[in-house]
Design a protein. Structure first.
Length: 302
């Protein structure tokens, strides 16, 4: 993985943890996530006015991957909403970020998307995965399988599948875009894709929000309450975070590296949860952070 990709993902990880912190403080709902995505879309919609890429002229395969990415993102939103109702951020965030590491590596290997991963990569991914699973536990004696086989794990699996889906589909969509527009610089391609995806995702989320009576009421309360400013703030962080991730995808040989290095957000998220939300800091969390950093170092050994 190149230095450019590493820097982009490190900055993105901090921004990702920040918007999740805002979401947790304001009780994640579908309308709130819709507000976040709407803010992100409005920040980058100007790209459609100046990009040299004619998006509507791109091949069907590009649109297929984008639609699959948006569907995965909506799935992610539904799972995230349930998780933050039931769990602490310091507990939920590491686990729901851990599973996509394994799922993305498996998916890319089975589908043959990207350069094959090395044994060191798989080993590093596994160490990061174990570190992420260890972080939510109060003590080392709590680290057993039964703690993960509960109702909350169902929603975490939903989030993990959504995260895995939009990551690999966004990567494939950008590869199609690159093949069609090689003369266009990577940042312009990524921003064009992000702007187009944002328009589609925001439309889908507003349709979902207005389709249910409870969410229509929540929209009214959100617009006329303090959550409006919080949603805009989270949207600002989220838009910068994922636009950097999309740019980083242009500089890796396999999108699994992007997924695993995004786990740098776990130590950041833990620190924010402890300092701002006053959540507990335990020896297991510290050990988990050490494992994550060690695993990341091992995964890039050639």
């Amino acid at each position: 993985m190149s230095l450019i990709a590493f820097v982009l993902i490190v900055v993105s990880a901090g921004l990702h943890a920040s918007w999740n912190l805002v979401a947790k403080k304001n009780h994640m709902t579908i309308p709130f996530y819709t507000l976040i995505c709407t803010t992100s879309m409005l920040l980058w919609v100007h790209v459609q006015c100046w990009t040299p890429i004619h998006v509507l002229a791109l091949p069907r395969q590009f649109w297929m991957f984008m639609v699959l990415s948006v569907c995965s993102d909506v799935l992610y939103c539904c799972g995230l909403m349930q998780i933050y109702k039931r769990m602490e951020m310091a507990t939920a965030y590491p686990v729901m970020r851990a599973l996509p590491i394994i799922l993305t590596a498996l998916a890319t290997s089975l589908l043959g998307w990207g350069k094959p991963l090395t044994m060191f990569s798989y080993l590093g991914f596994l160490v990061v995965f174990c570190g992420a699973l260890l972080m939510p536990q109060n003590s080392f004696s709590d680290f057993r399988l039964s703690n993960y086989l509960n109702r909350n794990m169902l929603f975490i699996l939903v989030v993990a599948c959504g995260t895995t889906g939009y990551t690999i589909f966004d990567s494939q969509a950008q590869k199609v875009l690159t093949a069609c527009m090689q003369e266009i610089s990577a940042p312009v391609r990524s921003l064009t894709y992000y702007s187009s995806r944002g328009l589609m995702l925001t439309t889908a989320l507003w349709l979902v929000s207005f389709s249910m009576k409870t969410t229509r009421r929540e929209i009214s309360e959100m617009i006329h309450g303090p959550m409006l400013k919080q949603g805009i703030l989270a949207g600002f962080f989220a838009s910068l975070s994922y636009s950097l991730v999309l740019c980083a995808m242009n500089y890796v040989t396999n999108v699994s590296y992007v997924q695993v290095f995004r786990q740098l957000g776990l130590p950041i998220g833990m620190g924010l949860g402890v300092l701002i939300l006053k959540e507990r800091c335990t020896a297991t969390k510290v050990t988990g952070v050490i494992l994550i950093l060690t695993g990341l170092a091992v995964s890039v050994i050639r």
